[in-house]
Design a protein. Sequence first.
Length: 219
Amino acid sequence: MDIKRTSCLTDLWSFKAWFLYIVGLMACALTMPAYADIETMNRVLRQSPVLEEIEICHGGGCAYVSTASIEPEEWEQMRDICQPIPVDAGSERDCIAVRLAAFERVIGAKTGTDQDRGGTFGNGEYLGQMDCNDEAINTTNYLKLMQQHDLLRFHEIADIARRGFFFNGWPHTKAVMREIASGQRYAIDAWFYDNGEPAVVIPFETWKEGWRPEDSLAR
């Protein structure tokens, strides 16, 4: 499945949208050793991943792209990570957070992104480091795999979103999903913690206001 048009990462935009996104991209990727590649970000975001081949962004704004696969036995473990199977939207969100961590551990060991540290600033020396754009794109593609294999029963993938514009916080990009029954959107943020830790899943409005977990050292 290809996700819907987003204000940040797809097609041609108005000058204002383009300008705002470039500023956000520069802020999120600041201090990373390579250069962001918007064309590559578009392509990787639009991919239709399969277990045999999924492209992973890292290095800040998809400066580097690695290809990995998930073996059948690895997928079986990831698929069965939540038992019993979630029976409502709340338990499914909890499961998604944990399953995303499993994706990061499996993929990280194969792409060198297992050393990724939470945050962006001050982490440029770590191999496989990701900024918020990398995290948002990768998380969205992990969600696509979950959806393909009927692991999203109560949620659907929504557009990637951005918050902040310097005067109200650093620009920050995240994956988003929507609860089907209520229409409530949830931000899914794996940037706050090191690779392999459960992602944060919170109501979109709370995240948009600049929320961050108190125990996160990310900056």
